[in-house]
Design a protein around this ligand. Structure first.
Ligand code: V47
Length: 397
């Protein structure tokens, strides 16, 4: 097995790469003049702008938007659909933030609040290990009493016990909180966590960067500018990260497009983002539970617009846990090239009323992908192919 090192992403994909066959099979068609203009740009590999993003969200012609997103998806990633075998570990749900979007966080010493002792967290990890996971995805609440040392020990202990498993751990929000508690800069905190064994960072906590929206859905979190600044520092420390966008609550088209444009600008600078992950808001059990759930159309359109605007992100993930396997499968023809993972034990959306299963067997994931006409490829966190035999896996570099 080879150790995987973090190399910074190249820029936009190779526009000369041969698109997969779909575009030839179904010619582009629309009677929306705005989309005809965007189509010309897409075919020329020209970058889309804010107005294009608004026009894409504003149109009812989802098939034309999907055609273009699919074209770009195939130009960048061919016919491949990636998935990985991972386990989520949420060490605590105790959180000082009280975000209105969240059903997972609890105040300390209130019913349902939990915090894992280190041994417990390592045991949780071990129960996924039997599935030969290649990644632990570790995020949790902002606990007022857990020190940076707890997290450093957690990470060291995981690396010691599971040296070949990639640790994708801690959002920009957690990094900011841990730094403040430890009275260190975020840069120092990132370096300490990296030294302890963190390999990359997940994309959570980005929500929507607009201040107006953040005041409503996550008032006490770091603002959008801080989220981006810490992501920049993560990339400068030589680690990759992902970027999410939570949609389907009180944001509008402008807020979504603005969010994507700000991500794209940082990606131009660092190249450190791997994947864009639109997250559909689940209102149940949150203070925003009066809001309706996202529609299938918005789910699909958000994936497609993400694929079209974020020309410097190599991957767009249709996270099946959030979208449902049915919508995620359709998204594979509307711009997405990744379904995330088998995910053992998901808590954040299930606390918010998600009715999807807590995990999915790899054979089922592969079946969904094949049925969408795509080729399933198991990846590790850094998108390197994983080959397996009955007893072990190898990362092919
Ligand atoms: O930041 C919280 C969101 C995120 C709700 O990087 C909610 O590979 C919907 O970031 N309804 C955490 N969403 C999850 C996350 C993630 C997931 C999968 C893969 C990756 C990756 C990252 O979940 C939070 C927040 O945006 N969230 N509550 C809710 N009620």
């Amino acid at each position: 097995m080879s150790n995987v090192s973090a190399t910074i992403l190249a820029g936009p994909s190779d526009l000369n790469a041969k698109p997969f066959a779909s575009a030839a099979v179904h010619p582009f068609q629309t009677d929306d003049a705005r989309l005809q203009r965007i189509h010309t740009k897409v075919m020329a590999g020209e970058r889309l702008n804010t107005q294009d993003g608004l026009d894409l969200f504003g149109t009812g012609d989802i098939l034309a938007v999907g055609w273009m997103a699919n074209y770009v998806r195939e130009r960048m990633n061919g016919n491949i659909c990636y998935f990985n075998v991972n386990r989520h570990i949420n060490p605590t749900n105790v959180c000082v933030a009280a975000c209105r979007l969240c059903a997972f966080g609890r105040k300390k010493d209130t019913p349902g609040a939990y915090t894992m002792a280190l041994e417990e967290a390592w045991e949780t990890a071990a129960s996924g290990y039997s599935e030969a996971v290649t990644e632990f995805h570790i995020v949790g609440g902002l606990h007022p009493d857990l020190s940076l040392e707890y997290y450093l020990d957690l990470v060291r202990g995981l690396k010691e016990r599971f040296p070949q498993v990639h640790l994708k751990a801690f959002t920009m929000v957690e990094l900011s909180f841990l730094a403040k508690r430890a009275k260190l800069s975020t840069r120092e905190t990132i370096l300490k966590l990296k030294e302890a064994g963190v390999d990359s960072c997940p994309g959570g906590g980005a929500e929507i960067f607009s201040d107006r929206v953040r005041h409503i859905i996550c008032d006490h979190k770091i603002d959008g500018g801080e989220w981006l600044e810490i992501a920049r520092e993560v990339h400068q420390a030589g680690m990759r990260s992902n970027a999410t966008m939570l949609y389907g609550h009180v944001e509008n088209d402008e807020d979504r497009v603005d969010h994507m444009m700000r991500l794209r600008a940082l990606q131009d600078e660092t190249g450190g983002f791997q994947t864009f992950i639109p997250l559909a808001f689940h209102p149940d059990n949150t203070p925003l539970q009066h809001l309706p759930k996202t529609s299938g159309l918005l789910d699909i359109k958000t994936i497609a617009v993400g694929r079209l605007l974020l020309d410097n992100f190599q991957h767009v993930k249709a996270y099946w846990q959030m979208l449902t396997p049915k919508i995620a499968q359709i998204a594979l023809r509307f711009g997405a090239d990744d379904l995330d993972g088998t995910v053992i034990e998901e808590k954040i959306y299930h606390d918010a009323g998600a009715t999807t299963p807590q995990g999915m067997a790899r054979t089922e994931l592969e079946r969904l992908i094949r049925e969408a006409g795509r080729e399933p490829v198991e990846r590790d966190t850094l998108y390197q192919r994983v080959s397996r035999n009955a007893a072990s896996f190898t990362v092919n570099v």
